[in-house]
Design a protein around this ligand. Structure first.
Ligand SMILES: [Zn+2]
Length: 440
């Protein structure tokens, strides 16, 4: 593996540059190597456990990788960060290099080797914090807390995998299954250790957005939009839209009138975050955001990755790990454009694709509907030649174009990180629009 062992000259430099650290008898270096989960399709271990049953697929479309995922390494006892060294302002390191391997008998895995980490003399045990649990105000769950052996260089292999394949993986690779969240010595290999990062452990790592977080990230606000002349009757009669003075008279409405709604996101999102309590069902479900008169439809299997890579994760636990900013962003944009139904195909998911959904920052939208103007649009290009092109012409395509514009104008949305099957296409966005929100 391409980890970088530190040389003895680096040891001397460290001792001279950092006089507060004792010169150690053994300068201990630890290298972590993370092997990300392979796709279920083509995974012989999946086949042996779930023969011919693709309904239990969880890792689909895009194999897991961790590039740019934040992390820190801490002294597990004092919780002090030991890597990155310079972190007065709570800086995190970011997982960088990526290669791949097929030696683990379950398909191709993407591999990340972290730089060799020098362990200060006074530190006995270390642990990782990764993802949004690495941010200094979170850091709730110590991953793989472990006593560092008194040897010059230890290698730690972390195998990411579905909970239901751990036994099979151990058997095929002639190793024993470690206890949850622990590292054990690799049989027959000096100074090498390993642990399993399964879907249930990902649930513990991933930050659960609390009511306090919702209020902090999405404070109450007043939204405004242009009134559709034809829509006025429906919205006011539904009683769910707080209208401006002009609309309340009901007599002299013009197209340029605006209407406003005051929204307390903690209240508005409450039914969403209350959904799926205790459930591991992969059936479609809907959530009414009453104050905006918008229906969110979660497609069947929208949470399949969270459910099928774990033994215990529930729908509600997965939703609670999705940033309120992502839901607020699509709801605000939809409301402003009079879209009243939005279909979603993915939110937080621990073991598929990039870091964005793993950190709860991504939301995938597959369909929008404006039932007043009778505009329905399925977000799916018709050919690869559509990639990178303008949005389709016609009322529906132009509605989509305006939605894209609204999202890009939202300060909580990460600039340039709304991907569509047309404008700003990147792999694998042929069948949905992906929205990324800021983590802070
Ligand atoms: Zn996405």
């Amino acid at each position: 593996m391409p980890a970088t062992p530190q040389t003895s000259s680096a040891t001397m430099a460290t001792a001279q540059d950092m006089p507060t650290y004792d010169v150690t008898v053994t300068d201990r270096v630890v290298s972590f190597i993370i092997y990300c989960a392979p796709l279920d399709a083509g995974n012989s271990m999946y086949q042996s456990v779930h023969p011919n049953d693709s309904s239990l697929y969880g890792v689909t479309d895009s194999a897991s990788f961790l590039t740019r995922m934040p992390y820190v390494v801490v002294d597990a006892d004092t919780k002090k960060v030991i890597f990155p060294r310079v972190n007065e302002n709570g800086e995190t390191a970011a997982i960088q290099s990526v290669s791949s391997t097929s030696v683990l008998h379950d398909g191709t895995r993407k591999v990340h080797a972290l730089p060799g980490i020098h362990i200060p003399h006074d530190v006995d045990r270390i642990a990782l914090h990764i993802g949004n649990d690495a941010f200094h105000y979170n850091r709730k769950f110590q991953l793989f807390a472990w006593t560092v052996p008194d040897v010059a260089h230890s290698k730690v292999h972390i195998y990411e995998m579905r909970s239901d394949l751990k036994v099979r993986f151990s058997s095929v690779n002639n190793i024993t299954s470690p206890a949850d969240n622990s590292l054990v010595q690799k049989p027959g290999v000096a100074d090498e250790y390993y642990g399993y990062l399964d879907g249930d452990l990902w649930l513990n790592i991933s930050h659960e957005f609390t009511d306090h977080d919702i209020t902090r990230l999405c404070p109450p606000e007043t939204l405004s939009r242009n009134v559709l002349a034809g829509a006025l009757q429906q919205t006011t009669s539904a009683g769910s839209i707080a209208s401006a003075g002009a609309t309340q008279t009901g007599t002299s409405i013009v197209a340029s009138s605006t209407e406003q709604v005051h929204i307390d996101w903690l209240v508005a999102l409450a039914p969403l975050y209350a959904s799926g309590n205790g459930s591991r069902s992969m059936a479609s479900f809907t959530v009414e955001i009453t104050v905006l008169n918008i229906t969110l439809i979660f497609s069947a299997r929208a949470l399949a990755n969270a459910i099928n890579t774990s033994a215990h994760t529930t729908v509600q636990e997965a939703l609670r790990r999705t940033s309120p900013r992502s839901f607020a962003a699509i709801l605000k944009a939809a409301w402003r454009l009079h879209i009243n139904t939005v279909s979603l195909s993915s939110s937080w998911r621990p073991m598929l694709g990039s870091r964005l959904h793993k950190m709860g920052l991504g939301l995938d939208v597959t369909r929008i509907e404006d039932s007043v103007e009778h505009v329905t649009f399925t977000i799916h290009n018709s050919a690869t030649t559509d990639r990178g092109q303008h949005f389709p012409t016609g009322a529906a395509g132009q509605k989509m174009a305006r939605l894209y514009q609204e999202l890009n104008g939202d300060h909580e949305v990460l600039g340039g990180a709304v991907y569509t099957p047309w404008v700003n296409w990147v792999e694998p966005h042929d069948t949905h629009m992906h929205i990324t929100v800021k983590d802070e």
